[in-house]
Design a protein around this ligand. Sequence first.
Ligand code: KG4
Ligand code: ZN
Length: 350
Amino acid sequence: MIILGFESSCDETGVAAVCTERGLLAHALHTQAAMHEAFGGVVPELASRDHIRRVLPLSRQVLAQAGLSLRDVGAVAYTAGPGLAGALLVGASFACSLAWARGIPAIPIHHLEGHLLSPLLAEPAPQFPFVALLVSGGHTQLMRVDGVGRYTLLGETLDDAAGEAFDKTAKLLGLGYPGGPALARLAESGRAEAIELPRPKLHSGDLDFSFSGLKTAVLTRLRQAQANGAHSESLAADLAAATQQAIVEVLVAKSAKALRQTRLKRLVVAGGVGANRLLRERLAQALRPLGGQAFFPPLALCTDNGAMIAFAAAQRVRAGLQDLGQAAQAGHGFTVRPRWSLDDIQAGPR
Ligand code: KG4
Ligand code: ZN
């Protein structure tokens, strides 16, 4: 069966066609980063309006790329949460209207489940069970994954997410939005060891994180340098390198601890921060002595995209978790959940 999936939870409009038997057939993405850059962050109303403009042309593009017509589509899937309410509503209403018009089921998908299963789109795909490190702009979590829909939270951030720490520090350093990739680029010319930054909760004994202190530490260093007239481009690069190093070190240490604690050998990294090169290198190094192996989604599918949503729906259908008959019969109403814990996934978006 062919599933057409839609992602619109934040500032990326993603559409993809996935076959439950053959995998990903085509996907297309529009990122709004340039539009939001002038404001230093995502403007929700602008995001919603842009999703409306993009979703139809992207859907046509995906169908054409895959050589499909609407008649070939057996179900639609959409991100039902968590995310920006208005942005989510665009994808949900578009998907559900299409499902209603075609008389096919609409499958609501949890955005983080999309990220969590996206490494299965890579070759080689990890086998269950595994530990997943979810590192996106809004979430930092370690989960035990025993199968599709079988997720146990092992630890999470108590305040800022790792992506948020990248973004907020980048903002302090005057880098554009989104800050993570820009900070990682600047870090390449900096000396991480030149500046000492805290490693929050590194030795806390649990699997939780806390990143909000990092931006404060960076701000303090910047203010000191400004007061001494010592602010320079090389200081910004050193701060970028030190921040990246601190975030990566904590993520790597806690991931290794999660593997030891669960006695599992496979670690799956998902979410936008999974695109970070230093994180990828350091994880590979740290897992080697444990006999562990790290798996990442294809680089293009690390950040938000439609492929992971269509793919998560396909996995749920294959695992028998989705009653398609009931979904097709369901009324024409739909809802989204801007706040929705992955623990709560069995409850669905309603
Ligand atoms: O998963 P994602 O696309 O969106 C959310 O669901 O939040 O993640 C976006 C986050 C942003 O914080 C962005 O700065 C970060 O991922 N990011 C990176 C890199 N690429 C994206 N952070 C560090 N290094 C990167 N190369
Ligand atoms: Zn995401």
